[in-house]
Design a protein around this ligand. Sequence first.
Ligand SMILES: NC(=O)c1ccc[n+]([C@@H]2O[C@H](COP(=O)([O-])OP(=O)(O)OC[C@H]3O[C@@H](n4cnc5c(N)ncnc54)[C@H](O)[C@@H]3O)[C@@H](O)[C@H]2O)c1
Length: 405
Amino acid sequence: MSGIRLGVVGYGGRISGLIQGVFRELAADLQVTGIVDPDEAGVRSRIDSAAPGRGWAKAGGGIADDVTFYRDIDQMVKQGQLDALAIGTRCNLHTPLAIRAAQYNLPLFLEKPVAVDMRQAKALEAAFDGSQCRAVVSFPLRVSPLCELARQYIDEGAVGDPVHVAATNYVPYGTTYWEAAYRDYDVTHGLFLQKATHDFDYLMYLMGQPIVRVAATATRGHVYGGDKPSGHRCSVCDEVADCLESPQNRRRNSSGGTTSDHLCLFSVDCGEGHRLNEDASSAVLEFADGSQGVYTQVFYARRDAGTRGANVSGYLGSVAFDWYTDELKRVRHHAPFSAVEKASGGASHFGGDLELARDFIALVDHGADSRTPIETGLQSVYACLAAKESAEKSRFVNVRLVGQN
Ligand SMILES: NC(=O)c1ccc[n+]([C@@H]2O[C@H](COP(=O)([O-])OP(=O)(O)OC[C@H]3O[C@@H](n4cnc5c(N)ncnc54)[C@H](O)[C@@H]3O)[C@@H](O)[C@H]2O)c1
């Protein structure tokens, strides 16, 4: 199909980056013709910054967007002659908007997490039950070439039957969850839903089955959060000389995060009690056939401490990979051979964003199957909600399965 007409709800940082980057790399004449977003000025500045002559060539050429702003998704679909929809708002709005979108049977690109609580998740599942709307859920890790390679080796019998998986996620850019809008707990609902939704999804993909039971724990308030006043920021703070998060110290230490004036990571605005993003959280996972996994995520890691990946093992062997080193290692447990493969990296989300774009453009163009349909988004949310509840109640929690009554 030439000249895909895309309608976008929530034209923010993430979705504009995808559209101006990987979407147009594959479909240079894709046009954003309709937008629903209350921040028209912000949207226009994002569109302008990508306009021809301002970095446009880097996005693979293309045509300028001739955008109409609409009141809501219904008006946009009725008047906009769209070929497809994308939802790029923040987390808590994904479900209500996707439920509206489910009525229209247009191909849908949907940001994660697809829901933030059980009520939303069940409503979303019900809306898609019987809907013809097909979605590409924004899970770049599952479709990244390194994960696909691991899955291929596991399918070919490299480990025998998978019995165990150990997965780690040391996030070197974790400060964003305390200094940017992600610290608003009402929007994110914690870092299992915000972050582990990707990891639980790809782990279920590698193990070939759903997570059915979770025991989790969360550590909060040891590092970030605190009692600095609401709205506090570096430019008015008298501790910037010593604070490791001040712009000057981040610059001096090359420790990452924004190096301009920013909101305080130790402020009451970060929340308290269960309504504070966790410094670290972990889960013991039980899969449907009784095999098991452990997953741990750490948000204060910096610099070379960044690591994300998994080691899947069975009696016959192990397959381990890490997206940060872009390396996969296979070990045969009963033969004197091991192999290390190095991927050539550098692409956004380890090449996963380009694969998501491939799936979405192919879905719009000729109805091709999505590798991340709505069920994957829902199943991952159900596992995240179980982890969240388990950490709150200090006990194992069963995971609801998609399709369960
Ligand atoms: N899949 C990934 O790897 C990945 C990576 C980054 C972010 N994300 C997800 O993307 C989402 C958006 O993150 P972001 O950083 O782009 O946020 P953002 O704040 O930059 O974008 C959100 C946009 O939604 C708009 N908006 C707010 N209320 C709205 C409403 N009622 N209707 C329509 N639009 C509305 C805002 O004005 C803004 O333009 C988050 O849920 C985040 O979890 C996913």
